[in-house]
Design a protein around this ligand. Structure first.
Ligand code: NAD
Length: 285
């Protein structure tokens, strides 16, 4: 096996708290490959005046093997790439760029595959037919696409900004070629949740800076499953209240870990140990 160093990076705004670099560095080393994963923070003075294309091409020219892309660049990166995998092209968003030996850059979306794998493992056999999603931001886009391409026939999406919910519905419907997603008002969302199979929180509600829940949990009963994308803290108020009501739950750590697991495989061609990457992720909490 080669012992060549793996060089990776994350391009995004305000990424100092990301746990992704540590997961890749530890996993690479465990495979006998020294791995360096740099934060390329696009709000720092060194990069703030650079275009995304400049940062991307600099990384390619300096020999990076791959990049993760996060807010606010996941959509803007697509036209700058040589190739885009079908799922990322369909959704119009990439969080992973693999850089081949010859410098060719290919975009992928492991937020989509990561959420799907977390869902399949954490809520195996749960009814997925009708789902409500609250939150239509960056993460919400990937979650919605992931749900409707993995068994959800009808997805209702609400956001405080209703135009965002509608825009998400339009873009995912266009991507999948059917009317799978409907944008609805966040006001009275509990009525939709009460008759759905499950609900996903894709808002920041539950984080210390955004305490509380995005909807009134008294609409839940034992037959519902409840997912949360928030992972700081892992046990959000939403998940605690849902579990107390007897609901099955899915916390935000699975998506966060599996997006990295899938990206590591794409970057290196090596088979990552998901449990080990999860341990690294949890050790940083
Ligand atoms: P974002 O700001 O792009 O989107 C959040 C959306 O939620 C916004 O459109 C906002 O209007 C909406 N919203 C906020 N409060 C609401 C409420 N009470 N009711 C309805 N809508 C509401 O943020 P994002 O990038 O999508 O991230 C959302 C959260 O996802 C983050 O705060 C973070 O905790 C979490 N996150 C999880 C992962 C993971 O892998 N699990 C990765 C990144 C981020």
């Amino acid at each position: 096996m080669t012992s060549e160093t793996i060089l990776l990076g994350l391009i995004g705004d305000d990424i100092s708290l990301s746990r992704t670099p540590a997961m890749h560095e530890a996993e690479g080393l465990a495979h006998g490959r020294p791995t360096v994963y740099r934060r390329l923070d696009t709000v720092t003075p060194r990069l703030a005046d650079r275009s995304l294309n400049e940062v991307l091409t600099a990384a390619r020219d300096l020999g990076f093997n791959g990049l993760n892309i996060t807010h606010p660049h996941k959509q803007a990166v697509l036209p700058l790439l040589d190739d885009v995998a079908p799922q990322a092209a369909e959704l119009g968003s990439a969080n992973t760029v693999v850089i081949a030996e010859d410098g060719t850059m290919t975009g992928h979306n492991t937020d989509v595959t990561g959420f799907a794998r977390g869902l399949a493992e954490g809520l195996a056999d749960a009814a997925m037919d009708t789902v409500v999603q609250v939150g239509a931001g960056g993460v919400g886009n990937a979650v919605a696409y992931s749900l409707v391409t993995n068994g959800t026939a009808k997805l209702l999406v609400a956001d405080l900004d209703q135009t965002r919910a509608q825009a998400l519905a339009d873009s995912v419907n266009r991507a999948v070629g059917r009317e799978a997603v409907t944008g609805v008002s966040a006001l009275g969302i509990e009525e939709h949740i009460a008759v759905a199979d499950g609900v996903v929180n894709a808002t920041p509600m539950g984080m210390p800076a955004h305490p509380g829940t995005a909807f009134d949990t008294s609409c839940l009963s034992q037959r519902h499953w409840v997912g949360d994308v928030v992972y700081m803290p892992i046990e959000t108020q939403l998940l605690a209240e849902s579990r107390a009501l007897g609901c099955r739950t899915l916390d935000g750590t699975r998506m966060a870990v599996y997006q990295a697991v899938d990206a590591f495989r794409l970057f290196t061609g090596l088979e990552p140990d998901a449990r080990r990457m999860r341990e690294t992720f949890l050790s940083l909490g």
